[in-house]
Ligand binder design. Structure first.
Ligand SMILES: NC(=O)c1ccc[n+]([C@@H]2O[C@H](COP(=O)([O-])OP(=O)(O)OC[C@H]3O[C@@H](n4cnc5c(N)ncnc54)[C@H](OP(=O)(O)O)[C@@H]3O)[C@@H](O)[C@H]2O)c1
Length: 273
């Protein structure tokens, strides 16, 4: 691993025994398990003894992840579901056994500038449906059961939610921010009732999600396995959030640089818009 990546993304401490205590024998609903971070997390949690319910749209890929978990000695079942479809989400909820842990990882990103988006209402609709409405519905529907079982919710969010919003990512950024705000707002009530809730603010992760953006090819990025360990550590610690160490003070810095950011981002849009 290049030196810069090692400095930016030090390997999280994760004890196999503590992970097994946190998830072993527990029923874990993991969305977005067919590719990328979710796939890596499914394999990690499967090895730690979790009983996994894996959700995504691509049924054959989901089955392959399921088979890999089982081949490594774990337990998993695959449920193909389009989480942008409210009726499919309700059918999923109705079919679920009692769940101990929800990892809300499924996500869709769109990079498209405002002027290219004016005739595309689906950009906002689809990102909101997947990145906000579906996870909020899942947490709400599973909430009473999670409370009875001392359960846990982990949201897979993006580190740039802690920074000024970048041009070109409005639909993605806003939909991820919506669920982040929602979960932070309900977290006190969840925690008071014995349900842990945490958010992983991940930096760039080298998955198919960032592959279309050529500019990211030469930028440091976590591996999916590394991101999975970060999320697993949140499951172990039951903390409120994880963020990269270099985003310490990000909220304060973000407020302080806002005037400068507004000027710089307009200059950027004039050049690239
Ligand atoms: N990659 C990054 O740089 C990065 C950084 C910060 C945060 N994140 C977050 O990390 C999470 C995982 O992203 P990733 O990088 O692993 O991307 P990915 O490889 O594209 O995986 C996204 C997952 O979400 C599933 N998904 C997409 N649309 C869905 C739908 N309509 N219904 C059900 N499942 C759906 C996909 O499965 P199907 O296509 O089979 O449905 C896939 O399993 C996302 O929430 C993302 O916002 C990523």
């Amino acid at each position: 691993m290049p030196l810069l990546d090692r400095i930016l993304f030090p390997r999280p401490r994760l004890s196999d025994a503590r992970l097994r205590r946190a998830v072993g024998g527990r029923t874990v609903l993991l969305t977005g398990a067919s590719f990328g971070i979710g796939e890596a997390l499914a394999l990690l949690l499967g090895r730690a003894g979790a009983a996994l319910i894996l959700v995504a749209r691509t049924a054959d890929k989901l089955d392959a992840v399921c088979d890999a978990v089982v081949a490594a000695g774990g337990q998993a079942m695959a449920v193909a579901c389009d989480l942008t479809d409210p009726a499919a989400v309700e059918a999923l909820i109705a079919a679920l056994p009692p769940v101990d842990i929800l990892v809300s990882n499924a996500g869709k990103s769109i990079r498209r500038g405002f002027w290219a988006s004016t005739g595309r209402p689906q950009d906002v609709g689809r990102t909101i449906a997947l990145n906000y409405t579906a996870p909020a519905r899942l947490v709400s529907a599973l909430g009473p059961g999670l409370r009875d079982r001392g359960g846990q919710v982990v949201s897979v969010a993006a580190a740039n939610l802690l920074l000024p919003p970048p041009p070109g990512w409005a639909a993605y950024q806003a939909s991820k921010a919506a669920f982040d705000q929602w979960l932070r707002a309900v977290r006190p009530e969840l925690v008071a009732a014995g349900v842990a809730a945490g958010t992983a603010y991940l930096p760039l992760v080298r998955t198919r999600m960032i592959a279309p953006t050529a500019a990211y090819d030469r930028v440091p990025a976590m591996t999916p396995d590394h991101a999975a360990r970060v999320i697993a550590r949140l499951l172990v610690t039951r903390r409120a959030y994880w963020r990269p160490w270099w985003l310490f003070g990000a909220a304060a810095a973000s407020a302080a640089i806002r005037p400068l950011w507004e000027r710089v981002s307009v200059a950027w849009a004039k050049r690239h818009g």
